[in-house]
Design a protein around this ligand. Structure first.
Ligand code: UYC
Length: 229
């Protein structure tokens, strides 16, 4: 048993996300010794760029009944594992909270709202973003939003994930829609009921960009300098 826990602790440090995620999940369901290892893992990872393994560990600890876990989170990482940088003074804490709780539908709506805030008061009122407003989005804010999605989705969701797929398909939108399950058999997926609001969704399924007013907002978003670093 100690042997198994030690093995999982080692697997946590592997450079393969799938192996890390399965170690996180097993450790969370073992006993207090597993919880203690996850706490140490988060302590060691709290300062640097957070990974989806840290995000998963955070999610499972916050769902756990362990007093040690609750105390640690409340005292050391009350907001989550992602550092919320914004060049526009935007508060991403509510988005982090929704994503920690895997409330992906509400998080998706809030993400669209945050993009409107980045675009300015006119967009907030209109409730959607003009493609001409996207270039002025600060890199830090887009990276924060993207990191939140990736860290709390086992690295499945986020704009940069969509960009990778889009580039891999030679920027062919129709093939991207099928890949994201935004379209199937040439029919648009209906908002909101036909979208998949959990991790069983295809990679890149979320966050959504409504195509009602054309593809250019998303094209500018996926072409933003934020993703080139
Ligand atoms: N919707 O179909 N969408 C809405 C998507 C389209 C439509 C919101 C995504 C096709 C209408 C979000 C897809 C289409 C509304 C999304 C999709 C269409 C609406 C809420 C697959 C008809 C009511 C936020 C590409 C054929 C609102 C928002 C309105 C809403 C997302 C219709 C997030 C990814 C072309 C009528 N759809 N949307 O933007 O503005 O309103 O009238 O993409």
């Amino acid at each position: 048993d100690t042997d198994k826990t030690a093995k999982l602790a080692e697997q946590l440090l592997s450079n393969n996300l799938k192996r890390q995620l399965s170690a996180v999940t097993e450790l969370a369901s073992t006993d207090e010794s597993g919880i203690a290892i996850l706490i140490d893992f988060l302590k060691a990872n709290a300062t640097s760029d957070s990974s989806a393994a840290a995000g998963k560990a955070y999610q499972l600890l916050s769902n756990s009944e362990s007093v040690a876990a609750q105390t640690f989170l409340a005292e050391t990482l009350p907001q989550g594992v992602v550092t919320l940088k914004s060049d526009q003074g935007i508060d991403y804490r509510p988005l982090q909270t929704l994503l920690i709780g895997q409330e992906y539908e509400a998080a998706d709506r809030l993400t669209l709202q945050k993009l409107c805030e980045l675009a300015g008061p006119a967009a907030v009122q209109r409730k959607w973003v003009y493609f001409t407003e996207v270039d002025s989005f600060p890199i830090n804010d887009l990276l924060t939003i993207d990191q939140l999605w990736r860290v709390y989705s086992e690295d499945r969701f986020g704009f940069s994930k969509q960009r990778e797929l889009w580039l891999g398909l030679n920027q062919n939108w129709n093939r991207l829609w099928e890949k994201l399950a935004w379209k199937s058999k040439n029919i648009w997926t209906r908002y909101p009921d036909e979208f998949v609001w959990d991790l069983s969704a295809p990679v890149g399924h979320l966050p959504l960009s409504n195509q009602l007013r054309g593809v250019r907002m998303m094209e500018f978003l996926l072409s933003h300098p934020a993703w080139e670093q």
